[in-house]
Ligand binder design. Sequence first.
Ligand SMILES: *[C@@H]1O[C@H](CO)[C@@H](O)[C@H](O)[C@H]1NC(C)=O
Ligand SMILES: *[C@@H]1O[C@H](CO)[C@@H](O)[C@H](O)[C@H]1NC(C)=O
Ligand SMILES: *[C@@H]1O[C@H](CO)[C@@H](O)[C@H](O)[C@H]1NC(C)=O
Ligand SMILES: *[C@@H]1O[C@H](CO)[C@@H](O)[C@H](O)[C@H]1NC(C)=O
Ligand SMILES: *[C@@H]1O[C@H](CO)[C@@H](O)[C@H](O)[C@H]1NC(C)=O
Ligand SMILES: *[C@@H]1O[C@H](CO)[C@@H](O)[C@H](O)[C@H]1NC(C)=O
Ligand SMILES: [Zn+2]
Length: 421
Amino acid sequence: MSLVVRILSVVSAFFIAFAHSHKHVDGSSEVRQGGLPDTWYHPADHPIHRLFQRSNPNPPGSPEWMAQYPLVWQPPIPESATPKAWLDSLIGAEEMGLIPNISIPIAIPNENPQYPQGEDPSQEPICSSTFQCRDPSDHWDAPDGFVGIGFDDGPTPASPQLYSFLQQQKLKATHFMIGMNVVSYTQIFDQAFSVLNVHTWTHPQMTTQNNTQLLAQFGWTIQVISDLTGGRVPRYWRPPYGDSDNRVRAIAKYVFNLTQIDWNHDSEDWTIADNKTTLPAVEASITEWYKGPKSPGLIILEHELTNETVSGFMDTYPILLANNWQTQSTVRLFDGPYRNAQNNTDAVSSMDFFISRSPTPTADPTSGDNRAAPPPSGTIVTVAETRLAGASGTPSTSHNSASTLSRFSIPFFLALGSHEQ
Ligand SMILES: *[C@@H]1O[C@H](CO)[C@@H](O)[C@H](O)[C@H]1NC(C)=O
Ligand SMILES: *[C@@H]1O[C@H](CO)[C@@H](O)[C@H](O)[C@H]1NC(C)=O
Ligand SMILES: *[C@@H]1O[C@H](CO)[C@@H](O)[C@H](O)[C@H]1NC(C)=O
Ligand SMILES: *[C@@H]1O[C@H](CO)[C@@H](O)[C@H](O)[C@H]1NC(C)=O
Ligand SMILES: *[C@@H]1O[C@H](CO)[C@@H](O)[C@H](O)[C@H]1NC(C)=O
Ligand SMILES: *[C@@H]1O[C@H](CO)[C@@H](O)[C@H](O)[C@H]1NC(C)=O
Ligand SMILES: [Zn+2]
């Protein structure tokens, strides 16, 4: 599979215009338009676990609000802002031997990540999903007879028409959202009628990121979704480009308790803008799958990226119905969307699951960082006694991928086009 990085220069002016419109968000944005809670602000004693506490009451989308997040489109995400509670949880997991010490592959433009010679990424202990290795904890297939409804890369200016369609059809969907798009399009995010899960902060090939960068890619995306949904904590994530391996899975699982959802059919809708395919060709593929066997059920990679990708889903929906599939929001094929709430409207329950370090982490009371952890409340669950297969003893070459990623040195709104293979 070759990886394509694309730049939607044609629509960049549109994105620029849209990004600027955020500057006008004011307090009235606290009234929500979509299926989300009426207020976005949760106070300091909110039952959100302390990994994702917040207490900044600035209106979403305002400059003060945006200053809470690392506003970068190209890794590395500045680590100075990483909350101590997340770092403590990562170090705790590393100390417990839960994070496999496997090689970090090099990012190569338009190619799959490259592991050192002699290491086979399709096998244990690496088990890269780019190289079609499926870990038993991943979800690739839907149950027989089901189509999972889900879209990657939102929110974007193309999202509202999709959200209207979903609402008209009373269709529940999963949106795997890019954190930087969420901060860029808070008002569109608000219109999402369905559930919100994680598609990372800047959409990198996750296997090329080191442990602390992975922490930031997951953590900030969960943080902003939590901040905008009254404290809901996503249960699932989808890897950009489908790129994950045992090290990435372990950080997702043991630090954030996120489960990976892949796909079993790629609509390739994301290549329309590169002229690598056409909307009719995308719709022909989707039609064929809808008319095809019901086992396994379908999880199709589709995007809320442009009008055309959204049309690919909407235009073919009658064919899905005509072929007697059952539909389900992709994550609900497996379990609820959030760790601490059933849906976007019910109550948020208390939770605190992250790994504790030894000795116990303590907050610096003088730091003024309201995300720093308070002393543990005694509710910390210490997970996993087992080591992952191959967690040690693997030859490893550590590469700092930052320099090879500098090809992304373009303004963030253009990077919206970076896409799946
Ligand atoms: C991870 O990468 C970042 C950015 O390149 C770097 O600053 C940091 O030192 C690296 N951390 C580790 C543990 O290698
Ligand atoms: C795709 O084709 C159209 C029409 O020929 C052209 O205007 C556009 O620049 C092409 N886009 C890319 C990314 O090559
Ligand atoms: C996308 O579709 C919407 C709704 O149909 C329309 O208003 C908008 O102009 C379209 N955008 C582009 C870039 O074609
Ligand atoms: C949300 O979850 C609660 C608790 O399970 C349930 O009672 C309610 O009907 C759900 N709401 C929607 C819109 O699904
Ligand atoms: C992690 O998630 C799984 C599945 O959602 C759940 O059963 C388990 O209790 C969670 N673990 C912790 C420590 O919260
Ligand atoms: C990871 O593996 C490399 C190469 O085998 C080794 O140099 C390094 O010390 C290991 N790191 C840890 C934390 O075990
Ligand atoms: Zn994506």
